[in-house]
Design a protein around this ligand. Structure first.
Ligand SMILES: [Zn+2]
Length: 253
């Protein structure tokens, strides 16, 4: 039987690779089980993030121990378990190694509100600097969760990014936008450095507008459609824009 939450993770992995967030078999995403909040589904080790299936996705508990699934567990599982332990509002955690975010983190500069994407993160993006090594034990996972605090995106300096969403769609959207914000700022930095920024008085409204829940789910649906159309596969009905029952509620342009 097809489990909808597993299917969402499978599609998340596909669109993340499409958006340049793949790093061979590294990088991972998780989703808290709605009826068992101390457990979550997670991408298994040894496969690409776009290679998740209904059968290879594993189940992990809040201590970071695998409780179900035949495939191995990533040793950075503690990013997921400790963020979920610290943040009951969070249902999906994502960790990837996107190239521009990593390169940007090595500049030691703050992310600036100089694009729509940069504006999304203008309330701040914590940078975890305690180590540049992998997060392979509970204390390091707790330190990452502490550094994240009440934010929803974090840069692991010289390593990668972590995003935390109320939904899988939100975690994916934040990861894509954070990488894009870093890439656009790198472009400006390499052309002499940004001189003009989003106006201070526009920041709060623009930040809210660029990170709405309906934008996150609309963008996710589009990216799932794009992946299926590119590979010549039938678009799953819940993501088809031509259906009468496609959810357009809350659309504000
Ligand atoms: Zn990593």
């Amino acid at each position: 039987m097809t489990d909808p939450l597993r299917e969402k993770l499978i599609n998340a992995g596909r669109v993340l690779v499409d958006e340049g967030q793949g790093d061979y078999v590294w990088g991972h995403i998780s989703a808290r089980l709605p009826d068992d909040p101390n457990r979550f589904l997670m991408k298994p080790g040894c496969v690409g993030i776009e290679e998740m299936t209904q059968d290879n996705i594993i189940t992990v508990d809040i201590e970071g121990d695998k409780v179900a699934g035949p495939w191995p567990r990533h040793n950075e599982v503690y990013i997921h378990s400790e963020v979920m332990r610290a943040r009951p509002d969070i249902n999906s955690v994502l960790h990837t190694h996107p190239e521009h975010a990593i390169a940007f983190s090595s500049l030691g500069k703050p992310l600036a509100a100089m694009s729509n994407d940069g504006t999304m993160f203008s309330a701040g993006v914590p940078v975890f600097s305690e180590t540049t090594d992998l997060i392979t034990d509970q204390p390091r996972g707790k330190a990452v969760a502490k550094c994240l605090g009440q934010y929803n995106a974090l840069i692991l300096r010289n390593h990668g990014i972590v995003t935390a969403g109320r939904t899988v769609e939100e975690a994916v959207f934040l990861a894509i936008k954070l990488e894009r914000a870093c890439r656009i700022q790198m472009l400006a930095e390499s052309a002499g450095g940004p001189k003009l920024f989003v106006k201070e008085e526009e920041l709060a409204d623009k930040r809210k507008r660029t990170n709405r829940g309906d934008s996150q789910s609309n963008a996710f649906s589009y990216l799932v459609r794009r992946w299926h159309l590119r590979c010549g596969c039938e678009v799953p009905k819940e993501y088809r824009a031509d259906l009468e029952n496609f959810d357009r509620t809350g659309y504000k342009g």
